[in-house]
Design a binder for this molecule. Structure first.
Ligand code: GLU
Length: 280
């Protein structure tokens, strides 16, 4: 059985979507059609008996649009206000859509402190386990409304990898506006080659993390590679794929050769706390 086929047997899957994947590029408004497909895909993973955790960006992007900002919010207070509005709105829509397919969404907001403080981390872990036991689908985001620079994860790529490690996920799927890993930035170099499988994430590959993020999200390739390092070291396989069409979720789980697969290397010496110290 090859690496791709093994994805079928994954039991606990974390899916991360970027802001650009759930908003319309022209207006910045929420893309309801895409959100509906995303929720249906995730509910079907649940129906297959898998545990599903969604890490969803979009609080700031959705809030910014709702409040009528034409610019990207700059000050911390502006971002926090946008997040407060957008996060609530996003969750309202998620709750509604998940209920339509007979599933229950649950909101989990975290800051870096949640992970670095031993007690908070244990509490978060217990809550995730209980939600999973109850069959709910945790929807995770950074608690942007209260997090300032000192306590920020900063980007949801890193957050999703840390969550995957915390809950002992065996797969992390990052969906964004890029197809996966290339040997160079494909927008600048037409000879850049696509890499569909990474068995060993060495320094040479880490350096390929070029290419900026989009106007709405925060993560570029570098944050995705750093997420890959955390996720694979914790033992999870990670796939980066384009979230332009969320139908790729079931295709990837069925073993289709889409995006870049980073093979998990379960490491007995993996301690989340060491990784956190390294990342922060
Ligand atoms: N937490 C931010 C939001 O929900 C997004 C961060 C990111 O996309 O990396 O708006």
């Amino acid at each position: 059985m090859n690496y791709r086929e093994k994805l079928r047997d994954k039991k606990r899957v974390v899916v991360k979507i970027g802001s650009s994947s759930i908003t319309h590029p022209g207006t910045g408004a929420i893309n309801l059609t895409k959100l509906e497909i995303l929720v249906r895909e995730l509910c079907d993973l649940k129906n297959m008996g898998k545990d599903v955790i969604l890490v969803s960006s979009g609080a700031i992007a959705v809030g910014r649009q709702t409040i009528g900002f034409h610019h990207r919010p700059k000050s911390v207070a502006e971002k926090q206000a946008c997040a407060a509005i957008g996060q609530a709105q996003l969750m309202m829509i998620y709750q509604k859509l998940f209920r339509e397919y007979g599933h229950q969404a649950a909101q989990v907001l975290m800051t870096k402190d949640t992970m670095t403080d031993n007690l908070s981390r244990r509490n978060a872990s217990n809550t995730f386990e209980e939600l999973m036991t109850l069959g709910a689908i945790p929807i995770v985001n950074e608690n942007d409304t209260v997090s300032t620079y000192e306590i920020q994860f900063g980007d949801n790529d890193t957050l999703s990898a840390i969550v995957a490690a915390l809950v002992g996920a065996d797969m992390l799927l990052l969906l964004s506006d890029i197809d996966g890993l290339y040997t160079d930035d494909p927008k600048q170099n037409k000879d850049a080659e696509f890499i569909d499988l990474v068995e060993v994430l060495d320094d040479r590959l880490m350096k390929m993390g070029k290419g900026a993020g989009s106007d709405v999200g925060t993560g570029g390739m570098a944050t995705k590679l750093s997420a890959a390092r955390i996720a694979t070291a914790s033992g999870a396989d990670m796939v980066i794929a384009n979230g332009d069409d969320f139908h790729v979720i079931h295709k990837i789980i069925q073993g289709a050769d889409i995006g870049t697969l980073f093979v998990g290397k379960p490491n007995e010496d993996f301690y989340l706390i060491d990784i956190l110290e390294e990342v922060y």
